[in-house]
Ligand binder design. Structure first.
Ligand SMILES: Nc1ncnc2c1ncn2[C@@H]1O[C@H](COP(=O)(O)OP(=O)(O)OP(=O)(O)O)[C@@H](O)[C@H]1O
Ligand SMILES: O=P(O)(O)OC[C@H]1O[C@H](OP(=O)(O)OP(=O)(O)O)[C@H](O)[C@@H]1O
Ligand SMILES: [Mg+2]
Length: 279
C-alpha cells in the first residue's frame, strides 16, 4: 500500500487534491479528513500541513508527497524533488521599506523576519553575510511595521501583500518555487504508477490533439511545425496526393501553429481536447 502525503490546507491543498482526482484517485471528501484509504488503487492518503510533508517523507514514514519546493529546501529532510507539478508557482524574495536596502550585502548585521529560516540561513551562509534571523509563522510582512525586523524574506506571488504592507522587493530572487512531488531513493520506485498518472494529467492539461490534411509534397514543412512527442501519425487520404496528420500541440501555441499550418497549405485543421494521457 503506497502512502501519499497531501497538503491538508493552504495554497496547494485544493489543486493537489483536484490533480489526484483527475489521476483517478479517490480524493479528499471533506476538509476535516486526515487519512483516507483508496483500496481500489492500493494507496492511502495522509492530509498533512504542507510544511511537515518533507519531514514525513524524508523519514521514510510516507512514501511520496506533494509540497512546495521552498518548503522542501527549508526542511532538513532527506527527501528529494521527483518532479515539478506546474502549479503553486511563487518566488522567494527580500522586501523592506522603499529605499531602505539596495543589495543583499546591505543586510549584514540586520534583522530579517521569515518563516523559512533553514532556507535563508543557507542562503546567507553561501553569500557570506551574517544577519539575525527572526522566525515567524506567517504574516511576515507586518514584522517591519511592528519593529521586530529591518527586512523580510517571504513568498511573493502577485506582490499584493507586500504592496499593501508598504514594502518593496529588493535584491536577487532567492528561489523560484512551485508545487513538487517529493520522495526518497528507497521509495520512489514504488510510486512509479502515481508519478506516471500525474505526468499524464500534466500532459492532458498542457496539450491538445491536432488533426489536419496536407498535400503530400508539403508534409515535411507541416511536420516541422507539429513534431509532437514521439513523432506525428501520418496516414494517406483516399486522394493519394494528400496526407492526414495527427499530433499533440501545446495549448498555448494552438493558434500560432494553425496559422502557420494554414500558411504551408494545410486544410481542415481540427483541434480536440485531451481528456487523459499516459506517456
Ligand atoms: N500566494 C501564493 N501563491 C502561490 N503559492 C504560494 C502562495 N503562498 C504560499 N504559496 C506556496 O504554497 C506552499 C504552501 O504554503 P502555504 O502558505 O499554503 O503554507 P503555510 O504558510 O504553512 O500555511 P498557512 O499560510 O495556511 O499558514 C509553499 O510552497 C508556498 O511557496
Ligand atoms: O504576493 P501575494 O499574491 O500577495 O502572495 C504572497 C502571500 O501569500 C502567502 O500568504 P498566506 O496567505 O499563505 O499567509 P501566511 O503569510 O500566513 O503564510 C505568503 O506568505 C505571502 O504573504
Ligand atoms: Mg502561507
Amino acid at each position: 500500500m503506497l502512502r501519499i502525503a497531501v497538503p491538508n490546507k493552504g495554497m496547494l491543498a485544493q489543486t493537489a487534491n483536484a490533480m489526484l482526482i483527475e489521476a483517478g484517485y479517490r480524493g479528499r471528501r471533506n476538509d476535516r479528513e486526515l487519512v483516507a484509504l483508496d483500496p481500489e488503487n492500493e494507496v492511502e492518503f495522509f492530509y498533512i500541513r504542507p510544511r511537515d510533508i518533507a519531514t514525513y517523507v524524508g523519514e521514510g514514514v510516507l512514501d511520496i508527497g506533494i509540497t512546495g519546493r521552498d518548503m522542501l529546501l527549508d526542511s532538513q529532510s532527506k527527501a528529494h524533488e521527483v518532479r515539478a507539478l506546474d502549479f503553486g508557482d511563487s518566488t522567494f524574495r527580500f522586501a523592506a521599506r522603499p529605499g531602505a536596502f539596495n543589495t543583499v550585502s546591505d543586510l549584514e548585521g540586520k534583522r530579517i523576519a521569515t518563516s523559512y529560516t533553514g532556507l535563508l540561513a543557507r542562503y546567507f551562509e553561501d553569500a557570506g553575510i551574517s544577519a539575525e534571523l527572526i522566525k515567524l509563522d506567517g504574516a511576515v510582512e507586518s514584522a517591519i511595521q511592528l519593529g521586530v525586523a529591518d527586512a523580510v524574506a517571504d513568498v511573493v506571488s502577485t506582490g499584493n501583500t507586500l504592496r499593501q504592507a508598504g514594502l518593496e522587493i529588493f535584491g536577487p530572487v532567492i528561489l523560484d518555487s512551485t508545487a513538487i512531488l517529493i520522495s526518497t531513493p528507497e521509495k520512489v520506485d514504488a510510486a512509479a504508477t502515481l508519478i506516471k498518472r500525474l505526468e499524464g494529467v500534466l500532459v492532458a492539461q498542457k496539450y491538445s490533439i491536432m488533426d489536419y490534411d496536407i498535400p503530400a509534397d508539403r508534409l515535411d514543412a507541416a511536420i516541422a511545425l507539429t513534431p509532437g512527442f514521439q513523432s506525428p501519425t501520418v496516414s494517406q487520404l483516399h486522394d493519394k496526393e494528400w496526407c492526414a496528420v495527427r499530433s499533440l500541440v501545446p495549448i498555448r501555441d494552438l493558434n500560432r501553429v494553425m496559422d502557420d499550418l494554414s500558411g504551408v497549405g494545410a486544410r481542415a485543421i481540427l483541434v480536440t481536447a485531451l481528456q487523459a494521457a499516459r506517456m
